[in-house]
Design a protein around this ligand. Structure first.
Ligand SMILES: [Zn+2]
Ligand SMILES: [Zn+2]
Length: 143
């Protein structure tokens, strides 16, 4: 999804985050790539265009965006935290072979869990792992 700089500036302002150039770029990247990038990936993509950018800046920006509720952090593989713009509750499937992460939806908001009746749930994460269709069939299936 392509979004205007004005839209991103407004979004940051609304959340009380100063819309610096680097913050806008990080948020813009998350809007454009509908994946689940890591700090490393974001850095690799943006660094050539923003010479002053550091991984620390990206990390701090993402932390602010997560705190503001604009971005969600997911730690599906315990190795690296990934960042996800999609804030509607959804689930993730990670392929063991290629590492790709897919979104899928189940109605997690309406699963009654008796054991948690007295708890306040702030976040719901569901992770599935396995093999994606591409890795399951490296060659076209012959009929
Ligand atoms: Zn795969
Ligand atoms: Zn996702």
């Amino acid at each position: 999804m392509d979004v205007s700089v004005q839209f991103l500036t407004d979004e940051l302002n609304r959340k009380g985050i100063r819309p610096s150039y680097q913050r806008i770029k990080v948020l813009e990247y998350l809007h454009q790539k509908e994946g689940h990038p890591t700090v490393e990936e974001i850095f690799q993509q943006l660094a050539p265009h923003i010479p002053s950018l550091s991984k620390t800046t990206i990390y701090n920006t993402l932390r602010a965006l997560v705190e503001a509720g604009l971005v969600r952090s997911i730690s599906i593989d315990d190795i690296e935290t990934r960042y996800d713009l999609k804030l509607v509750n959804h689930c993730h499937f990670q392929c063991d072979a290629c590492g790709a992460i897919f979104n899928f939806s189940i109605d997690i908001d309406n699963i009654p869990i008796a054991e948690l009746k007295q708890f306040q749930v702030k976040e719901k994460n569901v992770y599935y792992k396995g093999l994606c269709p591409k890795c399951l069939s490296p060659k076209p299936i012959e009929e």
